[in-house]
Design a protein around this ligand. Structure first.
Ligand code: ZN
Length: 448
């Protein structure tokens, strides 16, 4: 079976199966419906960017949250627009063509050309986005969300840059090799080839993260906590032995809280940030862990991969069509004669930037759905393990929100377009109202 046939068969299977599995997940239970309605009502009754009955900030913190919220909205859309505008400028001013000419002049070797072209492209891209990145880090430090020194921040930028160049270079060589071999179906075949690459990337991510943060076994520092978390593990019939639980020393750089599930197969693990352990009560950590184990039990990593592949297939196809159109119409002006030319990478990335900006809300609808499901799972999982699951979950959200000055009541459109999680106020209100053990209701994931 040729790679092209295999990719096509896989693409068709994915397009048929994905809508199926998505609709199967869409049903709300009665208890969930009631709590969602309660939260929606609470948000609708509160002033925009103002406090909610179930998540409120002090007047001083609310002012900070409102300022941060306004800046984030602006930064978010300016950043998306700038990535498109700067690429258009680089193409029309001939900078991309100059990068290609330089790379081709320096060496006849394709590997040297590809890596040099990418290096020039990444350096210019880094400099163009530097002002916004500097401002964002300045803001994080000013509000105490980050405690990372500028030297350490620049160190991280350098590491990320090197990784992007090395790994991106391999992908670039692969892409252009396939484009030369299969001028009309490269988008499909490159997609097929990217499946094992994506899986490998998720598998090795937990081994790359220690470049940026220090990790240690959770059991070493918090054995009592591990014993508590193992109760959640047992309830969900999961297989997360204590050696798969890690403590990440986020406090060296950040003051915000988090926990997540990373990797898959032999590298799958649960990671709790040390900032969470410093600021949350033990019951609240158990809830946060319950949420993370929900991602684990409900197969969110696998579903996320399937969804990402679907988006990638669409993106590559749109990119392919865009490159043909753009080269036919602007190729002469931009100095990009064909899709085989290194400079065509910029045209392809321009397509990805435009299409990616439009797809953002679609990806976030998917992500918010999973996050909400994990909230429901987490709250049900701690039933019987903590005194009051509703109060515990609500309190955890309040701490999470307060440490990052999260907007209690963001604009619904901004939440819809850019939030990967439901807003923290919505989650707190939902948690307070969610009681599937009340008469007439049934839990979603556990038996009563
Ligand atoms: Zn989550």
């Amino acid at each position: 079976m040729s790679l092209r046939r295999f990719s096509l068969a896989f693409a068709v299977a994915l397009c048929l199966l994905l809508p199926f599995s998505l609709t199967a997940r869409a049903s709300d239970t009665l208890a969930e419906h009631a709590a969602n309605a309660y939260a929606a009502q609470e948000l609708a009754a509160a002033p925009l960017h103002g406090n909610l009955p179930d998540y409120s900030l002090s007047p001083e913190d609310l002012a900070k949250s409102q300022h941060l919220s306004a800046v984030h909205v602006t930064l978010h859309f300016v950043d998306a627009a700038w990535s498109i505008i700067s690429l258009l400028l680089l193409l029309s001013l001939g900078v991309i063509a100059w990068m290609r000419n330089t790379a081709v002049k320096v060496s006849g070797n394709r590997w040297a050309q590809g890596y040099l072209f990418l290096l020039l492209y990444l350096v210019v891209g880094f400099l163009l986005s530097l002002p916004l990145d500097l401002y964002a880090h300045h803001l994080s430090r000013k509000y105490g969300l980050s405690v990372q020194s500028w030297a350490s921040w620049f160190g991280d930028q350098a590491k990320a840059f090197a990784l992007t160049w090395i790994i991106g270079g391999l992908l670039l060589m692969l892409l252009f090799w396939i484009i030369r071999k299969l001028p009309r179906s490269w988008w499909l075949v490159f997609w097929g080839v990217s499946i094992p690459i994506l899986l490998f990337g998720i598998f090795v991510a937990p081994y790359i993260e220690p470049l940026f943060f220090h990790y240690e076994p959770l059991q070493k520092t918090n054995p009592a906590l591990v014993a508590q978390l193992e109760q959640v593990v047992a309830k969900g019939h999961m297989n997360i032995p204590p050696e798969r639980m890690f403590l990440m020393k986020a406090s060296a750089k950040l003051s915000t809280l988090n926990a997540d599930v990373e990797g898959f197969g032999a590298s799958k693990r649960v990671v709790v940030w040390d900032t969470s352990i410093q600021k949350l009560r033990p019951d609240e950590i158990v809830f946060v862990f319950g949420h993370e184990s929900g991602h684990y039990v409900l197969h969110h990593i696998v579903l996320g991969v399937a969804f990402t592949l679907f988006i990638l297939l669409l993106t590559l196809y749109v990119g392919y069509r865009f490159v043909q159109w753009a080269i036919a119409n602007f190729g002469a002006r931009w100095g990009v004669p064909s899709q085989n030319d290194w400079a065509a990478l910029a045209v392809l990335l321009l397509a990805f930037s435009i299409f990616g900006a439009l797809l953002e809300p679609v990806e976030n609808i998917f992500s918010r759905h999973d996050e909400h499901a994990a909230d429901v799972y987490g709250q049900e999982a701690i039933h019987g393990l903590v005194a009051d699951p509703q109060a515990t979950a609500k309190a955890a959200f309040e701490v999470l929100g307060k440490t990052s000055f999260a907007d209690p009541n963001p604009s619904p459109l901004y939440e819809f377009w850019t939030y990967s999680h439901p807003s923290i106020g919505r989650r707190a209100a939902f948690a307070k109202a969610y009681d599937p053990w009340a008469p007439g209701f049934e839990p979603k994931y556990f038996k009563k």
